[in-house]
Design a protein around this ligand. Structure first.
Ligand SMILES: [Zn+2]
Ligand SMILES: [Zn+2]
Length: 168
């Protein structure tokens, strides 16, 4: 994503508003699949503060992913911000986030890294999602199954025996 900054690069105090859209699409990250159906919104400003160019960016978007526990689709949104000063004297700057080549500033790296760093650690359809039965795969949010997934504490086995509960 390239921005022509000819209007601010040599002009103390000049400011350029950023208002763009970035197509992200689908990708896999940390074992989950993310799908950005619509482009993410990239807003911010580039300001010449004399000694440097001050870049402030904000990335916002909506995505769908899958619940870590039950696998159903989860819709959520991201929002991330970054601020960086790059020195205006240099003709070429390469950083992971910004590449300045002449009067053209490429912010693709910054947008990409803001998207990744804004993704949540977990995707859950709800905080109390019960997930799937580890034995039969039944979605425990929708129905119950008859699997015995109880783990008895062996210390209490003697009481079950006394209660006439049979096998230990
Ligand atoms: Zn779930
Ligand atoms: Zn089950």
């Amino acid at each position: 994503m390239k921005i022509n900054i000819a209007g601010v690069i040599n002009c103390d105090g000049a400011k350029l508003n950023v208002e763009k859209e970035a197509v992200i699409g689908s990708f896999e990250f940390a074992g989950n699949e993310y799908s950005f159906e619509n482009p993410v919104r990239v807003t911010g400003e580039i300001r010449n503060i004399g000694s440097a160019l001050k870049i402030a960016l904000k990335v916002e978007g909506e995505y769908t992913s899958y619940c870590d526990r039950c696998g159903c689709e989860v819709a959520a949104s991201i929002s991330g911000e970054a601020e960086e000063n790059i020195t205006g004297e240099a003709v070429e700057i390469d950083s992971e986030m910004f590449v300045l080549n002449g009067h053209v500033l490429d912010i693709s790296g910054a947008v990409e890294s803001l998207v990744y760093s804004s993704l949540p650690m977990r995707n859950l359809c709800s905080d109390d999602c019960k997930g799937l039965c580890s034995k039969c795969g039944t979605d425990l949010n929708k129905s119950e199954c008859n699997c015995d997934t109880t783990r008895y504490d062996p210390r209490f086995a003697i009481f079950r025996k006394l209660a006439g509960n049979g096998e230990v």
